[in-house]
Write a protein that binds this ligand. Structure first.
Ligand SMILES: NC(=O)c1ccc[n+]([C@@H]2O[C@H](COP(=O)([O-])OP(=O)(O)OC[C@H]3O[C@@H](n4cnc5c(N)ncnc54)[C@H](OP(=O)(O)O)[C@@H]3O)[C@@H](O)[C@H]2O)c1
Length: 321
């Protein structure tokens, strides 16, 4: 199918492009402020932040059969500083995309977040009432409602849990940020009381593309990994995965230890049903997710010195962009 991917310079969007190419789709990849790099055959472009008219031109010129929206203001602190920008990226843009998708008869897959919940009612089902505690969650919840109102039965909203994976910059995801701390000689303080259910970026990307391929699924769904755990446990297991001793690299922290901590959802574990069971793509256990993580770019020498290990990079022929 002709598939339009928005947010293709981001952590998830980049992987959605790879997944779609692997599955044989004709892909049009749009970044935000940057132009995505993509394999030959993929048309690329940019959508300056909030440019709804440009989104309209891309869609009405190309008539995609499916659209995956991975574009977002996904940084919680940035959303708090700029709530209007957050609403534009996370609610107005998806709303317009959903209207256009409906207009051209395209399937619309929109990515949302577990942060629409307040963390007091886990494990969450996709039908549970949402009550976000910050500007990011509020803007994403507004986007979900707008998408469902505009595109109805042609649309899926996938609420994702925290996304793990490798990025070209080596500074975006959980394990990459931990490595940056460790390389700088810091001990990472990680909340022992905060529960999350991380997902692999590759797995979530496959789910997004599979949902675009399916015309018999619509509504709001949850997706994540199989295993929920505390942020501290996540850090310990990440250190061990790379042959590092967690003692001296991570330490447990409690909410009470941080003065003036803004509200944070404590437990965001989610039920993967009913989506699990309807898809060919299966959720991954945390050990499988860890297997996909690589030593971040820029941290190779530090890691080699610590462990004597050889850095292995998984390059997929034709897709190593
Ligand atoms: N990361 C996580 O752990 C996580 C967890 C749960 C849910 N999610 C959700 O997953 C989706 C993807 O997140 P991500 O982590 O991949 O985000 P990301 O790495 O920050 O990438 C965001 C993408 O959106 C583009 N963008 C930002 N504002 C835009 C705008 N106003 N108009 C058009 N494009 C815009 C960016 O373009 P440029 O960079 O080129 O400007 C980039 O391509 C989002 O919906 C997010 O809410 C993420």
């Amino acid at each position: 199918m002709r598939l339009l991917v928005l947010g293709a310079t981001g952590l998830l969007g980049r992987e959605v492009v790879r997944s779609a190419v692997r599955r044989g789709h004709q892909v049009l990849a749009l970044g935000g402020s940057r132009e995505p790099s993509a394999p030959r055959g993929v048309e690329v472009g940019r959508l300056a932040r909030g440019d709804l008219a440009a989104a309209e031109r891309w869609i009405l010129d190309r008539f995609p059969e499916g659209i995956v929206n991975a574009a977002a203001m996904a940084d919680v602190n940035e959303c708090e500083r700029d709530p209007e920008g957050a609403r534009l990226a996370n609610a107005r843009l998806p709303e317009r995309l959903a209207q256009l998708a409906h207009h051209v008869g395209a399937r619309f897959v929109h990515v949302s977040t577990d942060m629409v919940f307040d963390g007091r009612g886990a494990p969450y089902r996709s039908t549970d009432p949402a009550s976000p505690v910050n500007a990011y969650g509020r803007s994403k919840l507004e986007g979900e409602a707008a998408v469902m109102a505009a595109a109805g039965h042609g649309a899926c909203v996938v609420r994702s849990t925290p996304i793990l994976g490798n990025t070209p910059g080596g500074d975006r995801t959980v394990h990459e940020r931990l490595f940056l701390d460790w390389k700088a000689g810091k001990v990472s303080g990680l909340f022992a009381e905060e529960i999350r259910q991380p997902v692999a970026v590759t797995n979530l990307a496959d789910v997004c593309v599979e949902l675009a391929e399916r015309d018999n699924l619509s509504g709001i769904f949850h997706w994540g990994g199989r295993d929920a755990m505390s942020r501290h446990e996540m850090g310990v297991r990440i250190a061990r995965r790379f042959g590092l001793d967690p003692a001296g690299l991570v330490r447990p922290v409690n909410y009470a230890d941080i003065p003036d901590l803004p509200p944070r959802p404590r437990d965001l574990s989610v039920e993967l049903r009913p989506l699990e069971g309807k898809l060919r793509t299966q959720p991954m256990g945390f050990d499988e997710i860890l297997d996909e993580l690589e030593v971040p770019r820029g941290c190779e020498a530090w890691w080699r010195e610590r462990t004597g290990g050889e850095v292995v990079r998984r390059l997929v022929e034709g897709l190593d962009f």
